[in-house]
Design a binder for this molecule. Sequence first.
Ligand code: NAP
Length: 289
Amino acid sequence: MPSQIFRDDILTGQVALVTGGGSGIGAAIARELVRCGAQVVIASRKQDRIDAAAAGLSAELGAEVVGMVCDIRDREAVKALVDGIMERFGRLDILVNNGGGQFLSPAFMIRDKGWDAVIQTNLTGTWNLTRAVADAWMLDHGGRVVNITMLTRRGFPGMAHSVAARAGVEAMTKTLAVEWAPFGISLNCVQPGIILSSGMKNYPNWEQFVDQTQREIPVKRLGSTADIAHMVAYLAGPGGDYITGQVLTVDGGRDLWGETWPLEDPEVMPGIEVPVEPWEESKEPAEAE
Ligand SMILES: NC(=O)c1ccc[n+]([C@@H]2O[C@H](COP(=O)([O-])OP(=O)(O)OC[C@H]3O[C@@H](n4cnc5c(N)ncnc54)[C@H](OP(=O)(O)O)[C@@H]3O)[C@@H](O)[C@H]2O)c1
């Protein structure tokens, strides 16, 4: 099936790396970039999973999608991945930092090990890839980096570690967009709202969460993985030529409305007392206006 939005040659001749490209949002991004003509490499930690995903995408799309193993936290592994792509294809034009994840937890229950793992994956892992790809190709030839983050504007109760990491990625993206503009590198972030992807099933009570959450999204549905993939392809292709350092939210209006973390009211709500300064007390209402 061709892209529903883009011409099939807008990325012809370009090589793209999608981390976490074997599942969920990453697989949808890989699929869309292939449909736009790119040679796509997907990478994640588990050999069997990435092999199965690469074989599945290749068969579906009738184009070779290459799977490579890499833990983005491991700088040696990241370098080996990028070197492997350069050896095989000789260029690396598009990097999509999508691989990542977290666990849902109230902040007071997050242990040091859990905090460190989430920061290493989502913040340092993104830097590791970005730096390695810049060194190997982009600082000399330019390129596009798209970082998949999450809704960070209002914080994210239940994911203190991940929202801190993603906000860090967004700040890094804005910074590099300025520093690396002279090298022809543009970098942007895409913030998915609540997306129905395989990753969703990792969370306890996910069906209940989905049911509750879609009521709280103005467009009254969760996002699809294709919703995110279309934005990434737009930024990677000619549509993104003049866009850099931006954070694009794809969330059906979720960020503007609703709560996913209900807070119970106390049994007796505090009384409401409007504070009045001593010099205001004696004023008549008309004067006070
Ligand atoms: N779904 C949503 O609603 C949503 C919303 C906001 C943001 N996001 C973010 O979007 C991205 C994709 O999410 P998804 O929903 O598609 O979930 P997913 O299917 O769990 O995708 C995460 C991918 O990242 C890979 N990965 C995890 N840790 C890695 C590491 N250290 N090194 C290399 N690869 C690693 C995983 O593969 P292996 O485990 O095999 O390594 C997997 O393919 C994630 O960063 C997620 O946090 C998702």
